[in-house]
Design a protein around this ligand. Sequence first.
Ligand SMILES: NC(=O)c1ccc[n+]([C@@H]2O[C@H](COP(=O)([O-])OP(=O)(O)OC[C@H]3O[C@@H](n4cnc5c(N)ncnc54)[C@H](O)[C@@H]3O)[C@@H](O)[C@H]2O)c1
Ligand SMILES: [Zn+2]
Ligand SMILES: [Zn+2]
Length: 373
Amino acid sequence: MAFLGKAAVLTEAGKDVELIDISVAAPAPDDAVIEVVASGVCHTDLTIKMQQGAGMKFPIILGHEGAGIVKAVGSNVTHLKPGDPVVIAYRAPCGNCPACRRGDPRHCYMALRPTTPITRTSDGAACSQVLRCGTFSTTTVVNAKAAIKMPEAMPLDKACLLACGVITGVGATMNTTTVWPGASVAVVGCGGVGLSVIQGAKIQGAKTIIGVDVNPTKLEWAKNFGATHVVNARDGDPVAAVRNLVTDDWPGYEGGVDFAFEATGLMPCIEQAVRMVNYNGTAVNIGFPGKDAEVTLNVGNIDTGVYWNKVNLRVCHCGDALPSHDFPLLAQLYLEGRLNLDAMVTGYVKLDEVEHAFHTMETGNVIRSVIRL
Ligand SMILES: NC(=O)c1ccc[n+]([C@@H]2O[C@H](COP(=O)([O-])OP(=O)(O)OC[C@H]3O[C@@H](n4cnc5c(N)ncnc54)[C@H](O)[C@@H]3O)[C@@H](O)[C@H]2O)c1
Ligand SMILES: [Zn+2]
Ligand SMILES: [Zn+2]
C-alpha cells in the first residue's frame, strides 16, 4: 500500500518552493514510513535552494530537521512499531565503512539511506530527499535506523530541533571537541546552530562563553542562552575583542579562547575563529561552505598564526552525533530543564509557508521557524 502526502519541493533550479502531491511506496525491508509532525527550517535548506539544488536531482523534497510518528515499518524492522514517536537522524551510521568497521560510528563516512521510492503523483518522477530525510512533507520514508525513538513526554514540535541545529551545536562541544569545565569559548554566529553551541558549552561547564554576531537581537538571545559576554562584529575587529575578553593571571598569557566555533557559513568567520584561540586552542568550522569557498590562514604570526599558536582546526558534521545515543540524551536534558528548546522556536509556519520562513531567516530575527504538519 502506498502512502499519499503533500511535500514542499524544489522542482527546478532558480524556482521558489512549491507544494506537490507525493506518493510513498510501502516500506522496503529496512525502512520506516514516518508521518511528519514538525520540521525545523535550517539554514542548510535555504543554502540548497540558493545552490540550485546542490547537486541533487529534481524534484527535491526539502527539510532534514523532522520529528513524527511511525506509520509503517519494513519486514526486517524490529525496534520500531507504528505509533512510535521519533526524531529523524540524517547521519545514522552505516555499519560498513572504514570508520564504522573500526568501531568509530560517530565518524561514519556516509549515512544510511532509504531505498523506498517517493514519487511525484502528477508524473511519477522520483523525488530526492534532502540529507536522506525530506521532512517538509506530511509523509516521508527513512532507513529505520535513522528513526530514533523519543520518550512519550517529549513534544515533537520541539524534539524536531534535535535533529540538526541542536545536535550540531551541542555535539560540537561534546563530540567534535570536548569543552571542559572552566573552559573559555567563543561562538561566531548566534543563529540556531550557534545558540546551540552556547547551550552545549554551558552544559559542559565552560566559564567564559562569548557570543559574536552582527545582529543585536541575536546577541541578546545569546545572553539568554548562556553567553557570559557578547561582541558585535560590526563594532570593530571581533578577534581583538574576543582575545581581550579572556585574561589570566599568568604573565605570559596573550588572550584568546580555548575553543572558537564558527557557525555562519562565512569564510572570513572561519579565519576569525582560528585567530581567536589561545595556545593549542581549537577552532571549529560548522558553517556550510560554498562549492569553491577558500580560506587563507596565517601560519607565521607569533601570536595568532596556526604554527606558533599551535592551532587545532576541526570540522563538525552534525555534531559528530551518534543519534541512537545522543538524541535520547538531549531529550532527557530538555525534560530536565537543562536544554532550552522552547525559546529556540521563534515561530510556527505551515507547509505552504516555507518561502516565508526562508525570507524571515534571511532578514534576521528568528532562531528557528518550525513547520507544523
Ligand atoms: N556542519 C553541520 O553539520 C551543519 C548543521 C547545520 C547547519 N549548518 C550550517 O551552519 C550555519 C549556521 O546555521 P544556522 O541555521 O544557525 O543559520 P542562521 O542563519 O540561523 O545563523 C547564522 C548567524 O550568523 C550571523 N552572522 C552573519 N554574518 C556574521 C558575521 N560576519 N559575524 C558573525 N555572525 C554573523 C547571523 O546574524 C546569524 O545570527 C549555516 O551555514 C548552516 O548551513 C551546518
Ligand atoms: Zn540543518
Ligand atoms: Zn559507516
